[in-house]
Design a protein around this ligand. Structure first.
Ligand code: PBG
Length: 327
């Protein structure tokens, strides 16, 4: 009997029913949030070349897509606005008539009871220089002047009907500043998602096309260096300290170690953002027949959950939600 395996892990894998019974990580529709783009003055949805299947919505197509998302059972939608006119201060961001706030209002009344309507709170879509904040006279991003803009944006978004603000600008003190501004105006129930560990990543490439970004240069003076794990965890701890209800790690797949560490370090929900470049890579490989599209998408989402994400923001949220429901 020598050499006979005493422990046989294959017992746990012998059939689908057994595998179903011992599966450690679940993925459900309500754990997915769909990021959506809405463009001012747009009459028909416009495809985004680097993100096949994703569009810049018109207000009408946005509404219809949000209803479809609610019917698919996703947990929420995260709205990004693409304004017609940009300026140095990003004036369109806190204008109640600005595209993001108008679209938020439309979705709040259309699907606000079925899912959580969320908004990206950052200036980069609204500034003519494309940075996430306003610039000082020397051209650097002015942290504290930007916080004033974020306060104003936060109140405008909450007023428009956003239930959860995604603080993605990576300015120091943004969570505390926004919380204070909301509380002062009586918006005590507006949730804050701190983009705690948001890395200066090459995987945001296709997103820049999605929002017609005006950025020249990079965001390395405010987003985290991809080489730094401990600093990502510090960002998360700080956001919790400032009052974040939820913290985010972004991107997801290249930062699963950070995600796990943040999950272990904090008690608040932890979300992850499967970003545009992650989407584009799998779509491109699948279009070439190099990868099984559906299997790769589900594996990527499951792995992000396994690493510690309670919820995943994903451009596949609705499609994946439908697969999960029909399974
Ligand atoms: C900036 C922002 C970015 C993304 C979301 N919000 C881009 C950036 O920081 O340059 C990227 C999302 C994606 O790539 O899917 N507010």
């Amino acid at each position: 009997m020598s050499g006979f395996p005493v422990t046989r892990l294959r017992r746990l894998r012998q059939s689908m029913p057994v595998r179903n019974l011992v599966r450690e990580t679940t993925l459900t529709a309500q754990q997915l949030v769909l990021p959506m783009f809405v463009r001012e003055g747009q009459r028909e949805p416009a495809p985004i070349g680097s993100m096949p299947g994703v569009v810049q919505h018109s207000l009408d197509s946005l509404r219809a897509a949000a209803v479809a998302a609610a019917e698919a059972g996703v947990g929420g939608v995260m709205l990004f606005g693409v304004p017609e006119v940009r300026d140095a201060e990003g004036s369109g961001a806190d204008d109640p008539a600005g595209i993001l706030n108008v679209a938020t209002g439309a979705l709040a009344s259309e699907v606000g009871d079925a899912l959580v309507v969320q908004t990206d709170l950052c200036l980069d879509e609204f500034t003519d220089h494309g940075h996430c904040g306003v610039l000082a006279s020397d051209g650097t991003v002015d942290n504290d002047a930007t916080l004033d803009r974020y306060r104003s944006m936060a109140v405008a978004q909450a007023r428009a009907g956003s239930r959860l603000l995604g603080l993605s600008g990576m300015m120091d003190g943004q969570v505390a500043a926004v919380r204070e501004a909301l509380d002062t105006e009586g918006f005590h129930d507006t949730l804050l998602l701190g983009y705690a560990a948001k890395y200066a990543s090459a995987f945001y490439g296709p997103f820049r096309e999605a929002v017609d970004s005006q950025l020249t240069g990079d965001r390395r003076t405010y987003q985290v260096d991809p080489a730094n794990r401990r600093e990502g965890v510090r960002e998360a701890l700080l956001d919790v300290d400032e009052g974040a209800d939820i913290v985010m790690v972004k991107p997801a797949m290249a930062f699963l170690d950070v995600l796990r560490e943040v999950r272990d370090a904090v008690d608040v929900p932890v979300w992850a953002y499967q970003v545009s470049g992650e989407y584009a890579m799998i779509e491109a490989a699948a279009a070439n027949g190099w990868i099984d599209r559906r299997a790769a998408i589900l594996e990527s989402l499951t792995s992000i959950r396994r690493a510690g994400a309670d919820v995943v923001l994903s451009y596949w949220a609705v499609e994946a939600a439908r697969w999960l429901r029909s399974r």
